[in-house]
Design a binder for this molecule. Sequence first.
Ligand SMILES: [Zn+2]
Ligand SMILES: [Zn+2]
Length: 444
Amino acid sequence: MVFYSPGRTSSYPEQPPTKGYRYHYLGGGNEVGNVGVVLEDHKQTRLLLDYGLAPTTPPRYPSEAPVVRDAVITHSHVDHLGMAPWLCANHRTRLHGTALTAEISELMWYDCHKVSSIEKYPLAWDKRDIDTALESWNIHRYKEEWMHNDWKLELHRAGHIPGAAMLNIETPERKILFSGDFDTRDSPLTKGAEPIKTDTLFLEGTYGGREHPPLQEEELRFINHVQRVVDRGGKILIPAFANGRTQDIVMRLHKHLPHLDVHVDGMGKKIAKMQMNHPEMIRDIHAFKNAWSWCRRVSGKSDRKKALDADVIVSTSGMMQGGPAIWYLNRLRHDTSNAVLFTGYQAEKTGGRKLQTEGKVNIFGNETEIPLEWESYSFSTHAGHKEIVDFAAACDAEEVVIYHTDPNTARPPLVETLEKNGHVVHTPVNGISEYLGEEYSRSN
Ligand SMILES: [Zn+2]
Ligand SMILES: [Zn+2]
């Protein structure tokens, strides 16, 4: 087990950079999630971009951050902000992000803390540090400039989930754009990201080498499947992530199948309320509000029993690692006319993956056969291969740093296409410092 122990595990060099711009991945350079990047110039301007963890079993943590006064948090997924409380408590770091990211962060941190205590995984921060972190937020609107020494910073809409931001940096010598998790395609909840001209583009490569199916076709396939199960008298369980996916799915169901009885359970309910507090972050706030008042929100035990009579139940957790989804699955598994429809990636060793590969799920400690039909639908809000490559071209990026990616499967095809298109490509490795700018990367 990787034990995150402050003071022992820093990979950050003690010497400041002597030239240009240096970046250093504490995590997330050659893996998906677990992001933390330090960007620093020779004039000692230093910034941390994201500080998350990877909620795998066991979790992975980035190496210890050096002292940083300021960190920009791109969005409210735990793989980008899960370690921020440690940062604020230990270094008094100020966090910068959008208002919605800040509002949702509290919920994500409490959930992260709860999961670590239930599953008995070490966490380098405790509940009190959440309060410190919440007091550390500095809120910025999209396209609002602020100065960080002589760096001009701006957040821009990143697609992905409401409130998600890309960070645009203009230094006296260089333009740098940091994508965070992004998608240029619209989702029901958010509009897609738009390119910005830049010299260096830090680009997430989760879906390198993979193309998404056309969204409308995938939506139709999903809608038809739901209707087919309902027509045969079955019920559908849709495990969905709380932050973004739950709301997207409810909006799709409302748009295409308004005659169905859809119940929603889990943390996605609280997040939807927070999203509604920030209508400027939502693509179509009226459509969202209509969809949300149409579905039945489950609160309490009696509601949960009533939900068993619904046509569709949308519930956390998205990978069937606990959450109400397990409770529903345990009731629905007895009737083989029911079905489970996955709407996101199921990581290794999760309940969802076990159902897909072995037809079993661990339910309240017991290995349980699940003889139900299941299917996966691709409603990812990460850019696919084509969107990633097109974005780099539209940004006119001289060099591209591919991170948040599997270095063996997803990254090589991206590197190939990007190099063919004339970009200088960096392939960062956690714990190793690199320099920006062609003159530096060539000499290294
Ligand atoms: Zn991520
Ligand atoms: Zn994300």
